[in-house]
Ligand binder design. Sequence first.
Ligand SMILES: C[S@@+](CC[C@H](N)C(=O)[O-])C[C@H]1O[C@@H](n2cnc3c(N)ncnc32)[C@H](O)[C@@H]1O
Length: 336
Amino acid sequence: MELTEGEIQVLASIHLLESDGRVADDTALDQRGEHYWIFKEDWTGVCEALSQKGLVRGSEVGWKLTGAGRPLGAKYRAERSDMYWYYYQRFYTAAAASAAHSELCRRAFGEDLTQEGQTDMASLEIGLEALPLGRDSHVLDLGCGAGAIAEYVSDQTGARVTGLDYTSNAIAAAEARTEGKSDRLSFRMANFNTMEPEPGTYDAILSMDTLYWADDLKRVLGMLTGSLAPGGRMALFMNHHVDAGEPAEQLGADQSSLGRAIRALGLKTKVVDFSANIGAFWERNYAAAVALKGQFEAEGNGFIAESLIREAEEEYLSDIHEGRIARYLFLIDAPG
Ligand SMILES: C[S@@+](CC[C@H](N)C(=O)[O-])C[C@H]1O[C@@H](n2cnc3c(N)ncnc32)[C@H](O)[C@@H]1O
């Protein structure tokens, strides 16, 4: 059945509200709509249109999914789980053709690998050196985006790399760009929140600034651990923020969400502390976004600069200034 993007958003939203035991009335739907930020479609008349398609029905208190609407709502909620999916769909398409973004990556990261995280080239090299990488190894890059980092890893080491991401435009761009390297590079669209372990598959798993989107970090980490081959190792880069007034010891790696998940699973980890680098990284990233804003706008990609500037000003710069952010690389060995 053909659905408009607005119908998909409303269907997914009613599914989410129903799962939370809430009624999908106008107020709840309006609140839910805010989660889509600038990617919210016009929802006027959408419930009525969905009702005509037999996917929802109106009641005295609000809208309810029908038997036909529920599986579709579940599917779209899993596939386009948040506004970030919409952001990344737009971002990776734009970034692939953006000279401004290439320049931003060179200034902030040291090289253009269409990065969207916070791992500069020096940090990436430290992560890669800690992993068992060679011609015989199979590597997973979880949250690979447009796959340029996965490609770099394979080019540098000869390893076979699988890139995985839930953003279909990013996977399409990665596949198109690396067509001639398909013997050692493959890409897959998947949501790690619903993935099952692939036992013994990967000698190394790399994931940078991606596990923030885990619905249940312990479950996702267990799934990843279960996918490591014997002797395999994971390298996971993550930031850890604390609120104003929280004691300094809360910034420790063991107090972070990933540190707690590692402990809960009884895994062994070695932590490399990159907290001293995060301030300089954001200064470069922010300065580049401000300086290149005009070029981004001229390309029609102003949203990339705006989003980075907002992220820096509203989140990172004050946290860094007040010492409320840490950045860690967690190295986790396959159990046994
Ligand atoms: C901050 S970006 C980091 C990208 C890349 N690792 C880097 O360092 O440049 C996070 C990536 O995770 C992906 N992502 C977010 N949630 C996901 C999920 N549930 N399943 C799969 N990929 C997801 C996004 O599409 C995005 O490419």
